[in-house]
Design a protein around this ligand. Structure first.
Ligand code: SAH
Length: 247
């Protein structure tokens, strides 16, 4: 059985089979490891890690800080408010990681990066090893971006205090896509944004609540009709809420 497809350097598709399957490895470099504890300890993400589909290492950048105070930041050249994360701690950390494995991408979470979406999540989920770098304060010295970063990702047009929550969001979106992470594998494929459509409405028991009934077709037991209805609802919902996805 094919477990993972990966796009090689020349655009070729490399398939990894069950007996050689290796957990996707994610290293997260952060100044606030505590912010990243809970997101990996619950639900689908936790189970995927327990099933060894993914393994996530949180690296405390403070350990790479310089001098007695383990300094990781400094005032910006040219003046102005805020501190800038310095080159050496980050560079030393990344160099140490790169000596241990080959990374498909070294990603900096940043509001001026490419806007994260399901397509990016899909393509990142095919990677074997990635590093996520979380910034803080005013961000990182630009030369780190020039020297090491291969991809820059934003989770939206707003500014957060640090890259930890964005990194957790990215990990959740990727890890739930790993084959076996969701028990019914087709489930992830029927979520919103796969196929550029929003997901149709869902219902469960009771079949009637305060006079509101579940659409008859869902109780019909006719899979073909149900599929058709869901597809129509998806299109309708997308047309109403996100027409930009259809164009
Ligand atoms: N001065 C920067 C913002 C720094 S915010 C600017 O104006 O662009 C501090 C850190 O939080 C960033 O280095 C980044 O890692 C993270 N961050 C903040 N907002 C983010 C977003 N929308 N997406 C991804 N990372 C974000």
């Amino acid at each position: 059985m094919i477990i993972r497809a990966k796009v090689g350097k020349n655009g070729e598709v490399i398939l990894t089979f069950a007996n050689e399957f290796k957990a996707m490895h994610i290293d997260i470099i952060t100044l606030h490891p505590g912010l990243l504890e809970s997101p990996f300890q619950h639900s689908i993400v936790k189970r995927a890690i327990e099933k060894k589909l993914a393994d996530v290492t949180i690296i405390n950048l403070r350990d790479y800080g310089l001098g007695n105070y383990k300094q990781v930041d400094d005032a910006p050249f040219g003046g102005g408010a805020g501190m800038v994360m310095t080159i050496e701690p980050i560079a030393n950390c990344i160099e140490e990681l790169k000596a241990q494995r080959t990374y498909d991408d070294i990603i900096y979470m940043t509001p001026d990066g490419e806007r994260f979406n399901q397509q990016i999540a899909n393509s990142l989920s095919m990677h074997q090893n990635i590093i996520l770098l979380c910034g803080h304060y005013k961000g990182i010295d630009d030369r780190i971006r020039q020297l090491y970063i291969t991809k820059e990702i934003s989770i939206g047009d707003y500014v957060l205090s640090g890259g930890e929550l964005p990194a957790a969001i990215l990990c959740d979106a990727i890890i739930r896509l790993l084959p076996g992470a969701i028990s019914d594998e087709t489930s992830a494929l029927s979520d919103s944004f796969q196929d550029n459509l929003l997901a149709p409405p869902v219902y469960t028991r009771p079949a009637e609540y305060k006079g509101l009934k579940v659409p008859d077709v869902l109780l019909s037991g006719n899979p073909k009709q149900i599929d058709n209805w869901r597809h129509e609802q998806s299109i309708e919902k997308t047309r109403k809420s996100r027409p930009d996805l259809l164009s």
